[in-house]
Ligand binder design. Structure first.
Ligand SMILES: [Zn+2]
Length: 85
């Protein structure tokens, strides 16, 4: 699952740690420092895909555990590098 996330301004390097679900709330919101858009449409779509992949991997983990009794954890971290490069 997505364990942590942050939103970051491309213009002034303002950054804030948020829960993964909260990233979507920043869609088209302005940077509190310089007023630039924090999460644009392309980033919003990319992040929704990432969130879906994360949920799918959680589901896979549960199925795997059901059949094998073993725990496996897949973590998606550093979503920052996926979203904002
Ligand atoms: Zn800014």
């Amino acid at each position: 699952m997505l364990s942590d996330a942050h939103v970051k301004c491309d213009e002034c390097d303002w950054i804030l740690s948020v829960k993964p679900e909260e990233v979507l709330d920043w869609h088209n919101k302005c940077c509190p420092v310089c007023g630039a858009i924090i999460v644009n449409d392309a980033e919003f779509r990319a992040f929704r895909v990432l969130l879906a992949i994360s949920r799918f991997s959680d589901w896979c983990n549960r199925v795997y555990k059901f059949f094998t009794g073993k725990e496996v954890e897949m973590h998606v971290t550093h979503i920052d590098s996926v979203k904002w490069r």
